[in-house]
Design a protein around this ligand. Structure first.
Ligand code: NIG
Ligand code: FE
Length: 409
């Protein structure tokens, strides 16, 4: 393939971990970052055989949203109202609502209907800079319906310029047909759903919900063993509502990430540090559930556990498809610095997906990039404002330009 090389000048550049000193010029060729120079060196675009693609603005890696439940049918606005009246998330789940209400709607939907329902949410994420997105199953909870969700997730990646990673989250809730037999359902996951998802190449990883309203650590461990037997990486919804030791368990299985982690303790932090398991912070869910227990940010810093920030976009705990709002919430609610938040949705988000070659801007890196109409990177976390993305570059090609998008209204 021979797409033309592209050159941007006078950029303020956040490379995925920090902001470079002084303005730079950036060359992209053949889908990769091919050159980075201080602006004063001014390479001639003609000499480089490159097209001038832009001048000024903040360039960051494309955003990596490493935790979402984007594919589902229906919505749970009614439960939002119930929670405002004082009913808890766990009470709604125990009464057969919550995740199971999305399961009923998702089981009833065809693949086409799920694609149609999910595309507007995906488009909202792309319009705010996402170039890599993880999508979980978990609203099917049967062999056929879990695979259906994963197929829809893969399909979304064919319909839009975005990298999709899928996680099988069959261990999300107990389906009604297994009431009173959670071990039986775990057996189905280990003996039928994981092998089928692996055989069809539909899952990149396996996730679990380890919680008193989800599955026990022992049950999650069985799921991890089955996943690893099929060559799949593991991760967990861990320590969201209580401390179950799920993060340490995930670390023992060299898990990619432990996510939520509001109730994580120091032993868990240490285990993650040793194993290289990423801490995924989900401030959108914390905000929506009006949680009060903060994740142990200072301990994570002390033990140098990489912190990712993700949307958790889902119909229950985080109906939010606005990644830069998640950056803002990570700062305002969890006291991350804007730099940490942005690294959390670029370099560390990529690491949480086992894709360390993404989420960085360096010579040789994949050219998934965002050019923003702001003066400095911190503004992306500071202001809550759609429409700041000027260009979106996916695999070396400009897939969105603000000038061409026209004016809203
Ligand atoms: O990440 N905690 C479990 N899973 C999701 C919520 C799913 C739902 O309520 O539909 C989460 O918060
Ligand atoms: Fe989640």
């Amino acid at each position: 393939m021979s797409t033309p090389s592209l050159l941007w000048r006078e950029l303020c550049l956040f490379d995925g971990l920090s902001t470079l000193e002084g303005p730079v010029n950036l060359l992209v060729a053949d889908g990769k970052v091919a050159g980075l120079w201080p602006s004063r060196e001014f390479p001639e675009s003609a000499a480089l055989g490159a097209i001038e693609a832009g001048r000024g603005g903040v360039m960051t890696p494309g955003l990596v949203d490493c935790h979402s439940h984007l594919v589902y049918a229906g919505n749970r606005a009614g439960e939002f109202e119930q929670r405002l009246e004082g009913v808890s998330y766990a009470e709604i789940a125990q009464a057969g609502g919550g995740i199971l209400s999305s399961v009923r709607a998702t089981r009833a939907a065809s693949e086409e209907e799920l694609v149609e329902a999910s595309l507007p949410r995906l488009d909202a994420l792309l319009a705010d800079g996402v170039t890599t997105l993880e999508i979980k199953s978990g609203y099917g909870l049967s062999l056929a319906d879990e695979l259906k969700m994963l197929r829809v997730a893969r399909r979304l990646g064919q319909l839009r310029p975005v990298r999709i990673r899928t996680s099988l989250l069959a261990a999300h809730a107990l389906p009604p047909e297994f009431a009173g037999d959670s071990d039986g359902y775990i057996r189905l996951i280990c003996e039928a759903i994981i092998p089928a998802a692996a055989a069809e190449g539909l899952a990149d990883a396996v996730d679990v919900f380890c919680e008193h309203i989800g599955f026990s650590p022992a049950q999650c461990e069985r799921v991890f063993q089955a996943a690893q037997a099929h060559g799949l990486a593991v991760k967990a919804h861990a320590e969201q509502l209580s401390n179950q030791g799920a993060s340490a368990l995930t670390a023992r299985y060299r898990g990619l990430s432990a996510d939520h982690i509001e109730f994580l303790d120091e032993a868990g932090v240490q285990a993650m540090a040793v194993a290289g398991t990423v801490a995924v912070l989900l401030p959108g869910a914390f905000h929506t559930l009006r949680e009060t227990q903060l994740p142990p940010i200072e301990l994570l810093r002390q033990h140098q556990v990489p912190m990712a920030v993700a949307s958790d976009a889902n119909p229950g705990t985080a109906p939010i498809c606005f990644p830069t709002l998640n950056l803002n919430l990570a700062c305002t609610l969890f006291r991350l610095t804007p730099r940490e938040a942005l690294a959390g949705m670029t370099a560390h988000g990529a690491r949480a997906l086992g894709l360390p070659e993404l989420g960085r801007i360096a010579v040789g890196a994949t050219a998934d990039l965002c050019l923003w109409d702001v003066q400095q990177p911190a503004e992306l976390a500071y202001a809550v404002q759609p429409g700041r993305l000027r260009q979106r570059i996916f695999n070396g090609a400009i897939t969105y330009r603000k000038e061409e998008a026209g004016h809203a209204g």
